[in-house]
Design a protein around this ligand. Structure first.
Ligand code: G3H
Ligand code: 13P
Ligand code: ZN
Length: 314
């Protein structure tokens, strides 16, 4: 069943976070739904612009609709990840997305508000909810390249005004993470002081953490042992993710970790069975392994086991 992120966040706030997982293809969709059913968790399927054009957005949307039939107990939101204004309108008008992200974080404060407000007005008129972004994450996003040096933590003093003037329903905050597999070079981590201050100024208002992959070191080692070159890859400590999930971070975005599972499974598969050329054996292993990863991550977020409670409030 497709619901808005608002319903999910209202239930989760302060107790747990909902996993928002990026998907691109059939195997990811099957693994994602299976993992959430196995761990009895509500979740968010998120589609980036790149994912929507990887094959054809209609293909991806049709697969999600079909997964909704195959897994009738699933409760999830369909969310546009890092949308520009035009893509937001397209998704709002499609009637399929229950949530969109307008990412105008590269703009100045007032311009970011202006763009976000336009999207919020269009979205709310159709019952769609909106995530906005304030502050700049490090790393590279699809349409915004941000140097580490230019990455800027969200300033809590700006948050109240931003939310009030833009009308957004949730806010992606820069709290020390970045996208991709190389988030930290040392012992850096989340800026809990920023999370705490935003929660104090806007009690009950959902924060979103982008760049939340934990880049499991076992995956990195296995990938490198199977011919990969991911030296120095490092992600967010899972204990820190669990802590943030109880402090008002209600949406935790994960893409890179899923790519690592895919990479490890396929590299190992081809090394172990060099005579194989069939796509189905590694595809089957990937679906099972991705499901296992999702179920584990939902335990970390605290969303595991929440499905029945969410169903009761719908
Ligand atoms: O934040 C970006 C997500 O990881 C999506 O990545 O634009 O390569 O699909 P993508
Ligand atoms: P990761 O690169 O850490 O998986 O972050 C994904 C993300 O923030 C998608 O919006
Ligand atoms: Zn992101």
């Amino acid at each position: 069943m497709i619901v808005t992120t608002k319903v999910l966040f209202d239930h989760a706030y302060g107790n747990y976070a909902v996993g928002a997982y990026n998907i691109n293809n059939l195997e990811q969709i099957m693994g994602l739904f299976r993992g959430n059913m196995d761990s009895k968790a509500p979740f968010i399927v998120q589609l980036s612009k790149g994912a929507r054009s990887y094959t054809d957005k209609r293909m991806l949307e049709a697969m999600i609709r079909t997964a909704n039939e195959i897994f009738p107990d699933a409760i999830f939101a369909v969310h546009l990840d890092h949308g520009d204004e035009e893509t937001c309108y397209e998704c709002i008008d499609s009637g399929f997305y229950s949530s969109v992200m307008i990412d105008a974080s590269a703009e100045e404060f007032d311009k970011n508000i202006e763009i976000t407000k336009r999207v919020v007005d269009a979205a709310h008129a159709k019952g769609v909810v909106v995530e906005a972004e304030l502050g700049k994450l490090g790393g590279v996003e699809e349409h915004v390249s941000v140097d580490e040096a230019d990455a800027k933590l969200t300033d809590p003093r700006q948050v109240e005004e931003f939310v009030k003037r833009s009308g957004c329903d949730s806010l992606a905050c820069a709290i020390g993470t970045s996208h991709g597999a190389y988030k930290f070079t040392g012992s850096q981590g989340l800026h809990f002081d920023v999370i705490e201050e935003i929660a104090r100024l806007l009690p009950g208002f959902p924060m979103v953490m982008h760049g939340s992959s934990s880049v499991p070191q076992e995956e990195v080692q296995r990938i490198n042992a199977a011919g990969g070159k991911l030296a120095g890859a490092k992600g967010v400590d899972e204990a820190q993710i669990s802590k943030a999930s109880k402090m008002g971070v209600t949406k935790v975005n994960i893409d890179t970790d899923g790519r690592l599972v895919w990479c490890r499974v396929h590299r190992e598969s081809f090394i172990e069975s060099p005579e194989h050329f069939d796509l189905r054996p590694p595809g089957k292993i990937f679906m099972a392994e991705y499901a296992r990863y999702i179920a584990h991550k939902n335990e970390v977020l605290g969303s595991a086991g929440q499905l029945d409670a969410v169903r009761k409030i719908l």
